[in-house]
Design a protein around this ligand. Sequence first.
Ligand SMILES: C[S@@+](CC[C@H](N)C(=O)[O-])C[C@H]1O[C@@H](n2cnc3c(N)ncnc32)[C@H](O)[C@@H]1O
Length: 258
Amino acid sequence: MHDEAKIPAGVTPGEGTTPEGAQDERSAARAVQRMFDEIAPRYDLVNHTISMNIDRLWWRRTARTFTHILRRNDARVLDLCAGTGDLSVALRAVATAQGSSANIYALDFSHPMLQYGLQKYAARGIQPVEADALSLPLPDGSIELVVSAFGFRNLANYNAGLREIFRVLRPEGEVGILDFGEPGGLFGKAYGFYFRRILPRIGGLISGVRGPYDYLPASVGKFPPPQEMLSRMQDIGFRHVSWTPYTFGIAGLYRGRK
Ligand SMILES: C[S@@+](CC[C@H](N)C(=O)[O-])C[C@H]1O[C@@H](n2cnc3c(N)ncnc32)[C@H](O)[C@@H]1O
């Protein structure tokens, strides 16, 4: 059976994520929101367990990449699909180390995910914002840096997501999208076995819900590969686009400038 045959009717392949049962972009977004609402209480615990804490290194590395923006006191930084806030925390740590009090906004459409991050947000002067990444409550050209970790892949329409990021960035503003990749070679085979077979079981056991952890490898499999993501970014108008693999390509950072 071809992969396309499994994509539900009404969903254009490649437009965005397509969780099981989604009929269109609206129901895809609702399914994603429900999933994260459901796993919010155990999200941090499952994350650190299944990634063996490598996720912390990835957030820090991403944050450090944007030190040149975070060091500015007047910088406005948007953590898109922020969830429980670990990337926001890493961004704040870099800003603080630079003596900057940059404004950091942590945006997500799952109320429970933001709720479980509230302590982290409050302790670090990070502003949580409950909103949809495809309809940002921000004026054009108002943000210096948009970053997103493991969230962009869940959008119901990737081009619409990129367009919205482009719209809110000011000229010369930058974007950084951190997400999973699919490494090749022998390592890729071994990792693929872990990611598709073992991880969903561990995630299901700890969180008590299996669906979201079956969805994770499925959504990574459907996400555009690096070359395609980079050309989508260029088509939207981003310049200096690049992809940097992290940990043999298990994850990677897409960058671009408006
Ligand atoms: C895998 S979590 C990542 C959370 C966090 N960035 C991290 O690195 O742990 C994905 C997050 O994206 C959010 N999300 C997905 N689609 C969204 C949308 N359209 N608008 C806002 N948030 C969205 C989900 O609610 C979820 O909290």
